[in-house]
Design a protein around this ligand. Structure first.
Ligand SMILES: NC(=O)c1ccc[n+]([C@@H]2O[C@H](COP(=O)([O-])OP(=O)(O)OC[C@H]3O[C@@H](n4cnc5c(N)ncnc54)[C@H](O)[C@@H]3O)[C@@H](O)[C@H]2O)c1
Ligand SMILES: [Zn+2]
Ligand SMILES: [Zn+2]
Length: 365
């Protein structure tokens, strides 16, 4: 079928809304009419870093309505509201043991640009292949995705706000609720108060953590962090995070999370831990040097990478929606809407820090 989709033709280029052809869903796939899609920092990485071959149709926080299902699909039906999330195989050891975000095929399925069988489902008007992103490419009028890639959600909630649950909000909240599982009354410091960091803060508040410290370079973001549950905030351009953390917690925090991807900040996130503390790395980052004896092993610290909050989207996203409906996970406060034609502005406003979670309305245009 003919679709309208936002394509990056070459590394670092702006997104351009173009006509393309989308294949019919295979037996294990569904066709989704996209209503809106969040913009995640990882979309900008896909645009600029070249990890997925170009031309590339971006978007991986889609929300929409099931239009058609493949012959073997049983979990959703036409008319269902769904959130699109990351792609996983469902068959490997990690998928089968309840950790699809650690799927051994995760990189191939989400960043390889093609389907599991090597084929492409999006083509330009001359029939040339276009890469998919996260198995969804949701900055599009329609997406075809594997059944594993959709989560049915309640129709009682405005579908326009739900897309970011598929990545950014799930990642921050899931890292706390599924992975770190902190004890009631324990302490955490969260570096970076974008969509991922702020959803981690909301989750820390849900659990009843005692000290929830937020660090950023923007006062406007730290103000929101406080509103959402941070018990203390640090602007690291003015104050030294470690001095304050040591003062507040005495021996350091139980947990830290980095969402900045900045090497120096990652080092601070490890220093901030008390002995045996756990640091979860969520931001895309390059090389960082540690002295293993002094910084990690000598104090039994753990430094771990966590993908997509170690979530099973089909179980976790409905829980987050439930907490949202109760007013305990008010992620809609972070959203600003854009029309489809303004998609590059949405990316720009995310990059310059003025908007925390841009969401592009696709159906409106
Ligand atoms: N692990 C995963 O599965 C996963 C999923 C989604 C996003 N991500 C990644 O997580 C990161 C965060 O995503 P986001 O959407 O929240 O991005 P974002 O850009 O909105 O948030 C990053 C925050 O870090 C702050 N920051 C930057 N430099 C800093 C510094 N030196 N000190 C303190 N704060 C600083 C920024 O001001 C910003 O508020 C990105 O790298 C993104 O690609 C990872
Ligand atoms: Zn798998
Ligand atoms: Zn993302």
């Amino acid at each position: 079928m003919k679709i309208s989709t936002a394509i990056v033709q070459k590394q670092g280029a702006l997104l351009n809304i173009e006509n393309a052809q989308l294949d019919d869903p295979k037996p294990n796939e569904v066709l989704v009419k996209i209503v809106s899609s969040g913009v995640c920092h990882t979309d900008a990485a896909g645009r600029d870093m070249g990890m997925t071959p170009y031309p590339l149709a971006l978007g991986h926080e889609g929300a929409g309505i099931i239009e058609k299902i493949g012959s073997s699909v049983t979990t959703v039906r036409p008319g269902d509201h769904v959130v699109l999330s990351f792609s996983y195989c469902g068959h490997c050891e990690n998928c089968l043991s309840g950790h699809p975000a650690n799927c051994v095929h995760l990189n191939e399925l989400n960043f390889g640009g093609h389907n599991f069988d090597g084929s492409h489902r999006i083509h330009d008007e001359s029939g040339n292949d276009i890469s998919t992103f996260f198995g969804q490419s949701s900055f599009s009028s329609y997406s075809v995705v594997d059944e594993h890639g959709v989560t049915k959600v309640s129709k009682d909630v405005d579908i326009n706000v739900l897309g970011p649950l598929g990545c950014g909000f799930q990642t921050g909240a899931g890292t706390v609720l599924n992975y770190l599982k902190p004890e009631f009354g324990s302490s955490i410091v969260i570096f970076g108060t974008g969509a991922v960091g702020l959803s981690a803060i909301m989750a820390a508040k849900i659990i009843g953590m005692d000290n929830i410290i937020a660090v950023d370079v923007y006062d406007n973001r730290l103000k929101i962090a406080k509103e959402l549950g941070a018990t203390g905030v640090i602007n690291s351009t003015i104050e030294n995070p470690n001095e304050i953390i040591q003062k507040v917690t005495r021996f350091g925090v139980d947990y830290s999370i980095d969402t900045t991807g900045v090497p120096q900040v990652i080092k601070t996130a490890v220093t901030a831990l008390k002995p045996s503390g756990v640091c979860a790395l969520l931001g895309i980052a390059g090389d960082v040097t540690f002295n293993i004896q002094q910084d990690i092993m000598g104090e039994s610290k753990k430094v771990v990478g966590v993908i997509e909050g170690d979530a099973i989207p089909q179980l976790f996203i409905p829980k987050l929606v439930n907490y949202y409906q109760k007013g305990m996970f008010p992620f809609d406060k972070l959203i600003r809407f854009y029309n489809f034609k303004s998609i590059n502005q949405a990316f720009e406003d995310s990059a310059n820090g003025s908007v925390i979670k841009p969401v592009v309305k696709i159906l409106d245009d």
